[in-house]
Design a protein around this ligand. Sequence first.
Ligand SMILES: NC(=O)c1ccc[n+]([C@@H]2O[C@H](COP(=O)([O-])OP(=O)(O)OC[C@H]3O[C@@H](n4cnc5c(N)ncnc54)[C@H](O)[C@@H]3O)[C@@H](O)[C@H]2O)c1
Length: 286
Amino acid sequence: MAVRLLEGKKALVSGVANRRSIAWGIAQAFHEQGARLAFTCLESACRRVAKLAAELDSDLVFPCDVSRDEEISRAFEEVGRAFDGELNVLVHSIAYARLEDLGGEFLTVSREGWRVALETSAYSLVAMARAARPLMKAAGGGSILTLSFQGSGKVVPSYNVMGVAKAALESAVRYLAYDLGPDGIRVNALSPGPIPTASAVVIERFEESTRRVEAQSPLLRSVTLQDVGSAAVFYAADASGMITGSILNVDGGMGILISGAGPHPRAPKPGAPSMQNAEGRRQKAE
Ligand SMILES: NC(=O)c1ccc[n+]([C@@H]2O[C@H](COP(=O)([O-])OP(=O)(O)OC[C@H]3O[C@@H](n4cnc5c(N)ncnc54)[C@H](O)[C@@H]3O)[C@@H](O)[C@H]2O)c1
């Protein structure tokens, strides 16, 4: 029987809203690799998330609005109780900005819009890492993983204040990695290419960005939840034990291209079977 990379690990996954959530792809991959799972989510999503959690043999679903410190404390107390005071893995897959701040001119962002986006999408990683530390220390170390996007370092039109939040998030990954390293706790981020989730599709011209990845990236297909899930397994597993403070692109190589590179010369011609379809068939067959 194949060795399961996360056998016996206790993992808390935040940010599942529905089946299209990146956090759901990660949770499925963790489950396949033998992890025990707990979930936190917004209270309004808890019933839906509980049904999904049951598919992965978990009944541990705790409400946690990350803009409220008392909810973070309570959720981690519950997680500690459920996991005998220990936690090996924390996935932070949470971001939010007000709709009016995703589109138009970045220049118009208000103080409040800035606060909401940065607090929910970046500060929350710090707050959750702080709450996770005692449980991870008790486990002899741990792995914290968050989700960023290339809008942190480059202008992605319409991404606006969320790009600033992702820049703050990536910087927080490095400072947290420095603080928590001596406790044996690693902190890293995955930076996937565009995936059509509920949060992403509200961004103007989102569809264009997935089509661009399919036509231009070296791997000639867009990123799937499974792609992010398997990269997350690596970061959660002992195999990545010497990696901390890193930001890993999961983007089919899109990030290496110069802007305006245009379609890849070997991209399938319109109407021809695409790499996306070939990959879809391969994943279905497995
Ligand atoms: N979809 C993409 O193209 C893409 C690409 C790169 C990175 N990401 C990042 O992946 C992460 C997950 O997003 P997703 O695309 O899966 O979308 P999603 O909408 O499925 O997930 C976002 C989650 O954040 C949660 N959330 C928002 N405000 C919260 C709060 N105050 N307290 C607790 N939870 C809160 C939502 O409930 C939801 O579960 C985000 O950080 C996002 O920026 C997404």
